[in-house]
Design a protein around this ligand. Sequence first.
Ligand SMILES: N[C@@H](CCC(=O)N[C@@H](CS)C(=O)NCC(=O)O)C(=O)O
Length: 203
Amino acid sequence: MKLIGSYTSPFVRKISVIMLEKGITFEFINESPWTEESHVPQYNPLGKVPALVTGPEETWYDSHIIAAYLEQLDIAPALMPREKLAALKVQQLEALADGIGDAAVILLREQMRPPEQQMESQLLRQREKIQRGLDALEKEAAKGTVLNSDRLNVADIATACLIGFINFRRILPNWCVERPALVKLAEKMFERESFARTVPPTS
Ligand SMILES: N[C@@H](CCC(=O)N[C@@H](CS)C(=O)NCC(=O)O)C(=O)O
């Protein structure tokens, strides 16, 4: 399998972590989606990473779909409950973490524009999504029934990748204030070998 992505993307990290946890060997093809000469559109018409090439005629994209594809291979450990409703609850939290990631990427791109071209309303809108989303994740992490339970799942991985990205890009320096359950979850996840091996490069 070939994973197309960039080391700094939280969505790509999510897939790398899942494959490392399951012991699936893969080749990493480092491709930025942002350059003019990017090959990413050859793998995903949306031009986004990650994409996972599994055969000459088979490529998967959108990290949520790739995660589901990897799960149906039935390779232990299972990272999704077998029961359908329980699995949906995990996927909803995965979607929440990924959605906060989307808002963080939009915020970051907006902040990269010259200051006079940045839209204050856009910055505010994305920051609000991030704050609300993190509050919702904090509640779930404190409950410990789906997120932060004693069985690792895809939502835990997506949440920790998101927090890693927020830290790495300094998107919300005070995110941990009043979010103790999320802090604990992130600390616990960052100790795993799969996370240690996928730390975003600093340069
Ligand atoms: N929902 C997608 C989001 C992927 C995504 O936004 N990836 C970013 C990198 S962090 C990207 O490739 N952006 C390029 C673009 O939007 O053109 C997923 O989960 O795979």
